[in-house]
Design a protein around this ligand. Structure first.
Ligand SMILES: Cc1ncc(COP(=O)(O)O)c(C=O)c1O
Length: 368
């Protein structure tokens, strides 16, 4: 966010900035979602509060999505619509855990897990992963983090884009069951994969708490709409929490989100665009010195080990922004311990900008 502020400041001063720092899809939301929202406004559909866990038709549509996409049966009563997946984490952690709970999070990992857990008076237990393990947690790493009450996994993950195979995810679920650890699976990047499609944790663990939403594959960040699938024993707690924290998720966004499920051709074309950009960058970034990239199985990130170029990636990103206009995110945001050795490229921006950015970095490297 600091890089984003610096990048925006430079842009406001008239400099040309190429954005590879924000994890946000470009190119607009699905047209059917926009049309459904416009239609609802035109028709005078009442945009009042809804049931706290979301409108029944959207909950049923999410349940159907599990059958269509994964072949997994989910009871719509277990689906909780949330204000972005961010609210899903808040509700999920509060519903599932008490004060002082110890919840394992991958390092590197999405920083909000840690920040939300700590803000709730729980303890985020950092579990260091590495390139050899594709930056995903292995059972041996999990053993070393015990005792734990909960564990957050993400596949594809932010910032690395790496995935757990279906069998590795099932193994993680078995490990959680054996150690009575509640599994929380962040599946927000499902749909954006470049090889094998992602598996849901629900395929191996009906007890898992799954968090997902419409911000990434569905490209609806500002609509602030997401969902959770929770075990039956947590449905009531999730409902009471959403009633008290924000009454109900945004109604217009719920209408739009339901229609978004039917716009897969539009959304898959976006993913094809990310795939083309990814292939190009994987080919050319090594020429700029970024030759140690995590396997980018999914999401829209390239996570680079820059320890051969710098010992301080924050200063490196700042200099890169100043000298090339390319904004990236230093690894310290994702890993408080070893983050200085890494940076993250977000490749979700317009293809032309991404190509231009790579050209500038190659040129910069020659001049260094
Ligand atoms: C891994 C991961 N989970 C969750 C989120 C939150 O997304 P939202 O609240 O927009 O659904 C993000 C956003 O960048 C993310 O990268």
């Amino acid at each position: 966010m600091e890089v984003l502020k610096a990048a925006n400041r430079r842009q406001a001063e008239g400099h040309d900035v190429l954005h590879m720092e924000v994890g946000e899809p470009g190119g607009g939301p699905p047209p059917r979602a926009v049309a459904a929202a416009a239609e609802a406004l035109k028709n005078g559909t009442r945009i009042g509060y809804t049931e706290a866990n979301g409108v029944p038709s959207l909950r049923a549509r999410v349940a159907r999505h599990y059958r269509d996409a994964y072949g997994v049966t989910v009871d719509a009563a277990r689906v909780v619509i949330t204000t972005g997946s961010s609210a899903g984490f808040l509700l999920g952690f509060l519903a599932a855990f008490g004060d002082g709970a110890r919840i394992g999070v991958s390092e590197p990992g999405y920083p909000a897990y840690r920040n939300v857990i700590e803000s709730l008076g729980m303890t985020a237990v950092g579990i260091p992963t590495d390139a050899a393990a594709r930056f995903q947690m292995t059972p041996a790493m999990l053993d070393a983090a015990l005792p734990l009450d909960g564990l957050v996994v993400a596949s594809p993950a932010n910032p690395t884009g790496t995935m757990l195979s279906a069998s590795a995810l099932a193994e993680t679920a078995r490990w959680c069951a054996a150690h009575r650890v509640r599994l929380i699976s962040d599946e927000i990047y499902h749909g954006i994969t470049f090889g094998t499609p992602a598996e849901t944790a629900l395929a191996s663990s009906p007890e898992a708490l799954v968090v997902n939403g419409f911000s990434k594959y569905y490209a609806m960040t500002g609509w602030r709409i997401g969902w959770m699938v929770v075990p039956t024993d947590l449905v009531g707690a999730a409902e009471r929490l959403s009633q008290n924290l924000y009454i109900s998720p945004p109604t217009l966004s719920q209408i739009a989100a339901e229609a978004a499920f039917d716009d897969t051709a539009f959304l898959d074309a976006k993913v094809a665009g990310y795939a083309r950009t990814r292939a190009h960058l994987l080919e050319v970034l090594p020429r700029a010195g970024f030759d140690r990239l995590a396997p980018a199985d999914g999401a829209f990130y390239l996570f680079a080990d820059v320890s051969a170029l710098t010992g301080d990636s924050a200063a490196f990103c700042e200099r890169m922004l100043r000298e090339t206009g390319v904004a990236t995110t230093p690894g310290i945001d994702f890993d408080p311990v070893r983050g200085n050795r890494f940076l993250r490229f977000s490749i979700a921006g317009p293809a032309e900008d991404m190509k231009k950015a790579a050209d500038r970095l190659i040129d910069w490297r020659k001049r260094l």
